[in-house]
Design a protein around this ligand. Sequence first.
Ligand code: GLY
Length: 342
Amino acid sequence: MHKSDYTFSKKAVSCYFDADFSNISGLVGDADIVIITDVNVFFHHEEKFSTFPVIKISSGEEFKTQATVDYIIRELISLGANRNAFLIGIGGGVVTDITGYVAAVYMRGIKFGFAPTSILAMVDASIGGKNGIDVGVYKNMVGTIRQPEFIFYDYSFLQTLPVKEWVNGFAEVIKHACIKDALLFSILERYSLHDYQTDKTLVAELIEKNVEIKCGIVTQDEFETGDRKLLNFGHTIGHAIENLHGMPHGHAVSIGIVAACNLSEKINGFHFEEAAKIVKLLAAYHLPVDIETNHEKVFDVLKMDKKRKGEGVQFILLKNIGDAEIKFISLTELESHFKEIL
Ligand code: GLY
């Protein structure tokens, strides 16, 4: 196990890499651990959690709701959890988002940490402190920004990760490469999903690199006034189609990345050949690159996006692979391109 500390505006978060879950209680002092996980992770790893109280939630984005938050709070009360409770969210992005949110509001705030079990949660969802829930089709409409005490990377959880979840996570990895790291992009071109699934060293390096990219951005701009917005690349259209189509987050982001590349070509001088390389890489990692959809409905959801500002949206466009920028685009201009980019 080795550790990297990342300092956010109010606190340092320790990332423990190549760690073993059996050592996790050593990180919480005399606090009372309560584990929050989902039924799938519990089914595969029950033996790891046997010494702690466990609150299990249903698996899937459709359960990232206030009703699940209420359920967890009732369970915490019936366990007698007080301010000495320490929540550990073990799972994918739904579990980490909801654990962070419950920890922010239960008794006005208790400590928490994460042991992400999916690629997506390891490289993205567990990092950055944003937590919260969806409201109908509107993703992450309610939440706070509050950092965990630690993020614990036990790669043995990946052994039971379904292939579709590997695919899902690579959308965020490719996003990181597109906005910040041309070298990472070329490494991803060299290897395949299968290589990462079968080579523990390769995947460990990839995860650490992505943690470094995301923490590098968020530690500089925790409250998203500037560069953190770059992480929304592919997410403006991605979020709009995700819950409308009930599709996995990574799939929606992949289609959102393609749409953002198309828009970058139209209004940002991004080269067609570069956009084609991105589409090829997404497809090579088995991600979808187009969709049949109702453009009017997608546009209506998009108008409610948190990135909306007055009559426009702060859109993330590429200049080159590894180099992104924030551009204000009016809703009228976006609408005029909409059917050609998506
Ligand atoms: N929880 C994900 C983020 O803060 O970006």
